[in-house]
Design a protein around this ligand. Structure first.
Ligand code: FAD
Ligand code: NAD
Length: 476
């Protein structure tokens, strides 16, 4: 049944974020057990694995977004959602402070939300390592807005490069697409961009043939460090065939509006500073902590040594607290910061909270029964004692929920030219594969993982549309 005001008999569970961790929790949570409040500046869930495809228009961004309102309206009990950013968590006072940072603001744009239980699933920021110029001149690839910005800039670079009497050097610079970070985000984006060039741009703007050029810059000796050696080699040789240049052992130190400066390690071990001109710069060097998470860590002495995120125990409880849980990229549970981990953690928390609600209800019943048996005698008392024993047995069974255990299904990445790489767990072994068959596997796996049937249909439609009509090159 709908509840308009918080039910004083229930605990208030506040969930921060509408990403992989929080939405997986919401999907599996029995919402009638708590007063559930969701706070996130993003009123939709985003299927990030297909975000790189939105940068070139292979997939339209709305096809991989699912409105949070649609997810919540299917829950049994009403869940409150506030489109706001949590600006501070006060651990001692058990209050979350939220601010409406959207364009349209009402008279009230800041609020305080008290909680009994809190789940922090705010994800991470883009890491820049304090490198000057990155924020001003580079594009990140984390949110829908980032993909839209990249899509616009690619076409802006192409149109500006083909402007009348553009000097040859400037044409080269404008058509140099530089991607920094050889993790899966950088690799997938570089692959998508080269596909766009080969399959569409060349047809529409053939004069850029000799100057359009994608480079992937990586500080380490190889790209995709989380994949097996053979798949790293496969990716590197496939990029070579596709004419995507990989510059490994190249650490970017400075960014200006027209070039990056990078320290390149030479074969003899010495280092050389190189200037690399670019038209588009995409910065994909991984995750950094959000300020609200950093601030929470300073309030909890047990988090003093934590560096990469909220340290949590095997039940995902933030160490040093009893009523705060951490999921996904903002928490450190010894797993990689991936959607796969975040989704499993969210589902685990739902199981845990559903169980906790059941145990709370049984413990209440037990208290009532104990009070009753103290004032009764004879057969009636024996019957109550029997009931108490039964409830205690139920409680033991329910409390047997084990700690969180991550089950790794494998790693998958698209590398362009209709090829993908996959390190997939198969029974107790591992299968490493790369190529076109793996690409078909990648496509079907991600299609089946899309949030809703609506998303699945839209993505399949976008793929078909791009295949038959090409990607849309108009610059919005
Ligand atoms: P997110 O999904 O980032 O969600 C965080 C949520 O918190 C968002 O709703 C955000 O708006 C909200 N939020 C932010 N700040 C606040 C605040 N102050 N208060 C309240 N809410 C806040 N992983 C895979 O396993 N497979 C893949 O193929 C894959 N591909 C990827 C491709 C790209 C381009 C990117 C960027 C990532 C990819 N990942 C992939 C990683 C995956 O997306 C993340 O690990 C995952 O999103 C983490 O989930 P999360 O819930 O912690 O955070
Ligand atoms: P990442 O952390 O995986 O990789 C970042 C890379 O940038 C590193 O290899 C690092 O050496 C490099 N780097 C850092 N500073 C640099 C500098 N100054 N100059 C040059 N190179 C520099 O980041 P990501 O690719 O954004 O991925 C983030 C997380 O999301 C990871 O856990 C990843 O597994 C996950 N993800 C998974 C997929 C997938 O499974 N297909 C896709 C995207 C992201």
């Amino acid at each position: 049944p709908e509840q308009l005001d918080p039910d004083p008999k229930k605990k208030t569970l506040v969930i921060l974020g509408t990403g992989w961790g929080s939405v997986s929790l919401l999907k599996n949570l029995d919402t009638e057990n708590y007063n559930v409040v969701v706070v996130s500046p993003r009123n939709y869930f985003l299927f990030t694995p297909l975000l790189p495809s939105c940068t070139t228009g292979t997939i339209e961004h709305r096809s991989i977004m699912e409105p949070i309102r649609n997810i919540l309206r299917h829950k049994k009990a009403k869940v409150s959602y506030y489109e706001a950013e949590c600006t501070k968590i006060d651990y001692a006072k058990k209050i979350v402070y939220a601010k409406d940072n959207s364009e349209i603001k009402g008279d009230n744009m800041e609020t305080e939300i008290p909680f009994d239980m809190l789940v922090v699933g705010v994800g991470a920021e883009n890491a820049t390592f304090g490198i000057p110029g990155v924020r001003e001149h580079g594009c990140f690839l984390k949110e829908v807005g980032d993909a839209q910005k990249i899509r616009k800039r690619i076409m802006d670079c192409v149109e500006t490069a083909t402007f009348k009497d553009q000097p040859a050097e400037e044409v080269k610079r404008l058509l140099h697409m530089v991607v920094v970070g050889g993790g899966p985000t950088g690799v997938e984006f570089a692959g998508e961009l080269q596909d766009f060039f080969q399959e569409d741009l060349l047809k529409w703007v053939p004069q850029i043939r000799d100057d359009f050029h994608v480079s992937l810059v990586e500080a380490l000796p190889n790209v995709l460090p989380m994949f097996s050696k053979q798949l790293i080699e496969y990716t590197e040789s496939s990029f070579k065939e596709e004419h995507i240049e990989i510059r490994t052992k190249t650490m970017v130190k400075n960014v200006t509006d027209k070039f990056i400066e990078a320290e390149v390690q030479q074969p003899d071990g010495t280092k050389k500073l190189e200037t690399i001109p670019y038209g588009l710069l995409v910065w994909a060097t991984g995750n950094a902590l959000r300020p609200v998470v950093k601030d929470l860590m300073t309030q909890i002495p047990a988090q003093a040594k934590a560096r990469r995120g909220l340290e949590v125990n095997e039940y995902l409880v933030v160490n040093g607290t009893e009523n705060i849980w951490g999921v996904g990229d903002c928490a450190v549970a010894n797993y990689a910061p991936t959607a796969q981990v975040a989704a499993q953690e969210g589902a685990f928390l739902a199981r845990l909270f559903n169980t906790m609600a059941k145990t709370d209800a049984i413990e209440d019943e037990l208290r009532d029964l104990s009070a009753k048996q103290a004032t009764t005698a004879g057969d009636e008392r024996n019957a109550i004692l029997g009931e108490i024993r039964e409830r205690q047995r139920q409680l033991r069974r329910i409390k047997q929920i084990g700690p969180f255990q991550y089950s790794h299904q494998g790693s998958l990445a698209y590398i362009g030219a209709e090829k993908a790489v996959a390190d997939v767990s198969w029974f107790s072994g591992n299968i490493a594969s790369g190529g076109t068959l793996t690409y078909l596997f990648w496509k079907s796996a991600y299609l089946s993982m899309c949030f809703s049937a609506r998303n699945r249909i839209l993505v399949a439609f976008d793929w078909t549309k791009a295949k038959f009509f090409g990607r849309d090159v108009s610059r919005e």
